[in-house]
Write a protein that binds this ligand. Sequence first.
Ligand SMILES: O=C(O)[C@H]1O[C@H](OP(=O)(O)OP(=O)(O)OC[C@H]2O[C@@H](n3ccc(=O)[nH]c3=O)[C@H](O)[C@@H]2O)[C@H](O)[C@@H](O)[C@@H]1O
Length: 423
Amino acid sequence: MDEHGPGGECRRLKQSIILRPIPALGIAAILIFLLTTALHTPSTVQDGPVTEHVIQGVVKSAVVEEVAAMRAQATRGGATGYPPVKKLHSTKKLRVLITGGAGFVGSNLVDKLMREGHEVTVLDNLFTGRKKNIEHWLGHPNFNLVIGDVVEPVMLEVDQIYHLACPASPPHYQYNPIKTIKTSTEGTLNMLGLAKRVKARILLASTSEIYGDPEVHPQPESYWGHVNTIGPRACYDEGKRVAETMMYAYQRQGGVEVRVARIFNTFGRRMHPNDGRVVSNFIIQALQNKDITLYGDGSQTRSFQFVDDLVDGLHALMNSNYSLPVNLGNPDEYTVGDFAATIKRLTKSSSRIVRLPSNQDDPKQRKPVITTAETHIGWRPKWSVARGLAETIAYFERELADAGGEIIPTGPRAAKPRPRASS
Ligand SMILES: O=C(O)[C@H]1O[C@H](OP(=O)(O)OP(=O)(O)OC[C@H]2O[C@@H](n3ccc(=O)[nH]c3=O)[C@H](O)[C@@H]2O)[C@H](O)[C@@H](O)[C@@H]1O
């Protein structure tokens, strides 16, 4: 835990007071005792009328000034370059762990929880996540980054766990399938073990892929799925299916409070330029007037949701009383062929749409039934696909500018995530 972690402010304060030459040892001892009981979280420094009262009653002005300076540093946000953060009373402030918090979805969730004023710890191996996605919070007293892998056990004190860690893009999860399986199985076991130990509520980011190549359309949560257990997608699909099984085993046997979100195709800011999924590929190709790569005949369908809707859904589910799986997706369904034409039009691109062979076991149709989310967690998507695409196109324009003008999003010349030596 670094000095910005929970308790870091207090530790610095206690250390500085212990080192300060205060002649009356008795006063110092009283002060340390009072600080130990009153300053047990950083939020008491921020909220602090009690703290101020205690300190002003006994100590020299230097210490009072130090507390004031720390409070200013902790709360000024904009002045130090941090986005604004709500001040939460310590009784409302949650300690939240987000595995995969430096990734596309995770980092958008980090922003929401940080802005709400919670203490957020990100655990990420940076395999597909990027430090860039969360760098605007580095050093903030409410934020911790742990670079590590969920396949290793971790000891933390938290109230809630959003377990998102796992490559989700087909080319990424198929790049190192053994690692993908380990992440979903050993990683989920580790997080469930932690949840059980510290009595935290845990939410699993599951996926529409557990329905496989569905024979029921659209897909309600009651559908058991149609997955090829030995196909190239199975490392992810079956990994997530057994992860769901583990969640309910821990609920039944260990009394763990679980939440399961089945996430449908999601797009938006912070997608990795080499993500390889359809939205990022098509936009990056179109913006550079390069060929748009359509796999198959383009008649397969997908339903796309904007990332802000997903983040709201994850948050609503975590804080609801509903513990069965919930589909989170936007039922706005497109054929992939029509989607390519839409992106070409929105980007005013001169790209050609070229057909390439389809991927093995590629689901032919996908669309969520979201009545469970509407009924039980009061959620439905707010972003239209068109509005989400406008924002995402602007994001990729900035990424292209940062990359010096060229990105190859997919295919053999695309930058690939490096497999880890450990697997
Ligand atoms: O986007 C998501 O959130 C979902 O993406 C993937 O599922 P998939 O639907 O196969 O994702 P894509 O790789 O984006 O493919 C969508 C369709 O577009 C096609 N595609 C993809 C990329 C491309 O360049 N061209 C193209 O035609 C694919 O063949 C597929 O039919 C993941 O496996 C899911 O876990 C995840 O929920």
